[in-house]
Design a protein around this ligand. Structure first.
Ligand SMILES: Cc1ncc(COP(=O)(O)O)c(C=O)c1O
Length: 385
């Protein structure tokens, strides 16, 4: 690696393409793939990952907030971008200017958007979010018809989508998801009966793509599987996916500690033997959670080394006594593969008491992102570059 970074995430764009193609095989040709690239593409980097996804056969993108859509436009992406979350009425001009697809919930916003879209001289597609059992964002099922009737009368807007989100598609018990699906179908039927056709209904996240073929409708919204991570610890993905992200660093100090040496803040670890301590320049200021103190492991020279003492903002120490020849600048893998060993985001998540989603999404801008094709770096995004 000819760069000066002390830590970085390598994002394998071939894995992203592989996952899009795997999802395509699963859903068949008639269903649009709209990856969820919110949260900086679950920490992978929104623009490069979105471009790779579109090249591999995705046709749309989904973000949570309007500013995330604006970032994609700034990066030159012109595919349809759905803003799945709330936009306040004064955000309507931003949606119009950036040609984004808003998720509507209030008539006030719809009117503001209709006017803003008129002002820039175009029409915009819009989607309605319906809450079928997540108790989060969206209209209640019995509110949709009246809202849609009012919406279709507004100029400059075209009602394109109706969507919902499943609360338990990753659980072993799919009863609740089936109930949500039934409610969603009822809402679609009521709209149809009223003469309102929805060209693009969509519902499925990764877990539903894998397990509920009847919920595919006209588009799917894969997130976690698109990045190559399993949606649940309770069952195995129903098709092969490849993790795209590897989190790396390098050893920045090696020293021999005597018995009885306290390591890091609070001396929560005290050496019981003479210990080869290797310092790793990754901390919670990079998004590596402090709760991993005294718990996580890293890979150096293809072997596991346990973290000793507390994770600080910028660094932590590992016990490298069992790693012969460990030296300054050795590559450290925190998430991913090195030799025949692997540390998955799921393993780190279990130790941190969270889910794989949070492990990658937590990675902060200070961690450089290196994008790989055919094993070679094709793009880098880093502070100060
Ligand atoms: C509305 C919506 N759709 C799709 C997704 C993608 O879900 P997953 O990452 O489980 O595939 C999310 C993510 O939380 C979401 O909030």
């Amino acid at each position: 690696m000819d760069h000066a970074f002390v830590n970085w995430a390598e994002i394998d764009l071939d894995a992203i393409a592989f996952n899009v193609q795997a999802i395509r095989r699963q859903v068949g040709p008639g269903v649009e793939i709209m990856p969820a690239v919110k949260g900086n593409a679950y920490g992978h980097g929104a623009a490069p990952v979105s471009k790779a996804a579109l090249q591999a056969g995705a046709t749309r993108l989904a973000v949570h907030r309007a500013i995330e859509g604006g970032e994609l436009r700034q990066a030159g992406i012109d595919a349809p971008v759905l803003v799945m979350g709330y936009t306040p009425p004064d955000g309507a001009p931003y949606i119009a200017q950036h040609d984004l697809t808003a998720s509507l919930m209030t008539l006030e916003f719809a009117q503001a958007l209709s006017a803003a879209v008129g002002a820039v001289g175009r029409t915009l597609p819009v989607h309605i979010k319906v809450d079928t059992g997540m108790s989060r964002y969206g209209l209640m099922p019995d509110e949709v018809l009246e809202f849609a009737r009012a919406l279709v009368k507004l100029p400059n807007l075209q009602l394109e989508g109706l969507f919902t989100h499943f609360a338990t598609a990753d659980s072993l018990d799919l009863t609740h998801v089936r109930r949500q699906l039934a409610v969603f179908n009822e809402v679609l039927s009521a709209l149809h009966a009223a003469g309102i056709e929805i060209p693009l209904p969509h519902a499925s996240n990764s877990a539903a793509i894998m397990r509920l073929p009847e919920a595919r409708f006209k588009a799917v919204r894969p997130g976690i599987a698109f990045y190559g991570m399993p949606p649940s610890d309770d069952w195995t993905p129903t098709f092969e996916i490849h993790p795209a992200l590897t989190l790396k660093s390098r050893v920045c100090r090696v020293r021999r500690l005597p018995v009885g040496a306290g390591v890091s803040y609070g001396r929560t670890f005290v050496t019981q033997r003479e210990t080869v301590a290797a310092l790793v320049p990754v901390g919670y200021g990079d998004g590596f959670h402090r709760i991993l103190s005294n718990k996580a492991q890293v890979l150096i020279r293809g072997k596991r080394a346990p973290l000793i003492g507390r994770v600080c903002m910028d660094q932590f120490v590992v016990d490298a006594t069992e790693i012969p020849g460990v030296e300054l600048n050795d590559e450290v893998v925190l998430v991913g593969r090195q030799g025949s060993e692997q540390i998955s985001a799921e393993e780190v998540a279990r130790l941190a008491g969270t889910i794989n989603y949070e492990v990658t999404t937590s990675l902060l801008p200070r961690v450089a992102r290196l994008y790989l094709r055919g094993g070679k770096v094709v793009e880098t995004t880093a502070i100060g570059e």
